[in-house]
Design a protein around this ligand. Structure first.
Ligand code: AMP
Ligand code: ZN
Length: 469
């Protein structure tokens, strides 16, 4: 008999496509590294968030109760992932003449706007790294007590020689790495081993460090890696099922997360490490510091719909590098528009025929179970449209069902969306008018009416905006 859920997923830890078995039946504890909020997300970063979103929704589609947590890195991330270079947040604050807190708030808001436009579901828990200092202090204290960490010149470092199989996730060769480390100009001489990493810094080379806290080791700030271990431990406990990120996170970030979490808990921590490949441009990995800064807004300014970009990402497998070009995006935009138009032309008169529904849903499940095969999921939408044995209404029913995972608004009529938006803006204006006339009862009634329709108003100094809940 076929198992109810038969998910197979590629696990970086074992370098194999493996059967997925969570710690608790029917529940998935999932952690995904969030953005470093010193700048806008580029569309490469967004590719990773799209893949993680589809994975989360795919798991839900299969029937799992997914508990997903994400951090917002607002402290501790240096320009080099191995603790060297400048502090990303501080550098950005200096450039923009703002405080680090202002920078973090601004780019966090921008990130949420981007993910909303891409129909990425906001994870259940999203936490700022700077809000959990007590958790990191608790973990670091225990690691010091148990001999996994040491103090040197006021800083606290993790001693990688104490970690069990430190290089398992990356499959790297320590000797090759040592060459790399020796070649870096800026080596931290306080470390016992060049590959040790910082858990807490007090001896900061940044005299104007904005974000700092008291700790048993002096005033300072946490290392980047401990943030994710800490936030994950706090919200998901000592056993994690899936940890995601893009491939650049494998080393050193995720490697260090494993070392410190397993040192802290005293046992294996996370069973499945799922990494997405890069979005590249013609010259290689897309990054924030390179060439034209490709952010979602730029694509919109050029007339593309954000969901065309989502469509483009879904057309390729998350484990394959995707080369971005405007030609590829043009093609995706055309296919996406055509697809939506075809769906728009379907007759919406209720006429559901059960016949092949289970078959198609089964196929869709299989596409998810087959290492998250998003292009097969898209192909199924076309298969449904082509199937003459299905009534239009049944086609719509199935496509709407698949769209719980694809989130391409396939059955949403854009004109209706625009009308909806105008309706909300009119209501906001009406409420503003009521407030100016001191008719607060009416203003509150409008707010509540919208809330009942799933629209939450947000009052800011610049005016009222809204979010769909
Ligand atoms: P950051 O904001 O730099 O911490 O990165 C946020 C996420 O984007 C991380 O999971 C990175 O691994 C991922 N990422 C960075 N560059 C790319 C890229 N070119 N393509 C896909 N994902 C990326
Ligand atoms: Zn992380």
């Amino acid at each position: 008999m076929k198992k109810v859920i038969d998910l197979k997923i590629y696990n970086t830890l074992t370098r194999k496509v493996e059967e997925f078995i969570p710690h608790e039946e029917g529940v998935v504890r999932m952690y995904t590294c969030g953005p470093t909020v010193y700048n806008y997300a580029h569309i490469g970063n967004l590719r990773t968030y799209i893949f993680e979103d589809v994975l989360e929704k795919g798991l839900r589609y299969l029937g799992y109760d997914v508990r997903r947590v994400m951090n917002i890195t607002d402290v501790g991330h240096m320009t080099s992932d191995s603790d060297t270079g400048d502090d990303k947040m501080l550098k950005s604050a200096e450039k923009e003449g703002k405080t680090v807190y202002e920078i973090a708030k601004f780019y966090t808001d921008a990130f949420f706007k981007d993910i909303e436009k891409l129909n990425i579901r906001k994870p259940d828990i999203v936490e700022n790294a700077s809000h959990h200092i007590d958790t990191y202090i608790k973990m670091i204290s225990k690691m010091l007590e148990d001999g996994y960490a040491y103090q040197s010149h006021g800083n606290v470092y993790f001693d990688i020689s104490k970690a069990k199989d430190y290089y398992q996730l990356s499959g790297k060769n320590p000797d090759d790495l040592m060459v790399g480390v020796r070649e870096t100009v800026e080596e931290d001489s306080f470390k016992r081993n060049p590959a040790d990493f910082g858990l807490w810094f007090t001896d900061s080379k940044f005299s104007n460090q904005d974000m700092k806290w008291d700790s048993p080791w002096g005033i300072g700030y946490p290392g980047w890696h401990i943030e994710c271990s800490g936030i994950s431990a706090k919200y998901l406990g000592e056993y994690l099922d899936i940890h995601c990120g893009a491939v650049d996170n494998i080393f050193p970030h995720h490697t260090n997360e494993i070392a410190q979490s397993e040192a802290y808990f005293g046992h294996k921590w996370c069973n499945y490490w799922v990494h997405g490949e890069f979005l590249n441009d013609k010259t290689g990995k897309m990054s924030k510091s390179k060439g034209e800064f490709l952010r979602l807004q730029l694509l919109e300014d050029k007339g593309y719909s954000p969901l065309s970009y989502r469509y483009l990402c879904l057309s390729s497998h998350y484990r394959k590098g995707l080369v971005f070009s405007y030609e590829a995006l043009d093609q995706a935009e055309t296919s996406y528009r055509k697809l939506k138009n075809r769906i728009k032309g379907l007759d919406r008169t209720p006429n559901l025929r059960e016949g092949k529904i289970d078959y198609y849903k089964g196929q869709f499940k299989e596409a998810i179970e087959n290492d998250l095969n998003t292009s097969s999921m898209l192909t199924l939408v076309y298969d449904v449209l082509k199937d003459n044995e299905l009534t239009d209404f049944t086609k719509l029913y199935l496509i709407e069902d698949f769209d719980k995972v694809l989130s391409l608004d396939l059955t949403v009529d854009d004109e209706t969306e625009i009308e909806d938006e105008q309706y909300i803006l009119d209501k906001i204006e009406e409420r503003k008018q009521a407030k100016s006339e001191h008719d607060f009862e009416k203003a509150d009634a409008i707010r509540d009416e919208l809330l009942n329709q799933g629209i939450r108003l947000i009052d800011t100094r610049e005016g009222t905006t809204y979010e769909k809940i």
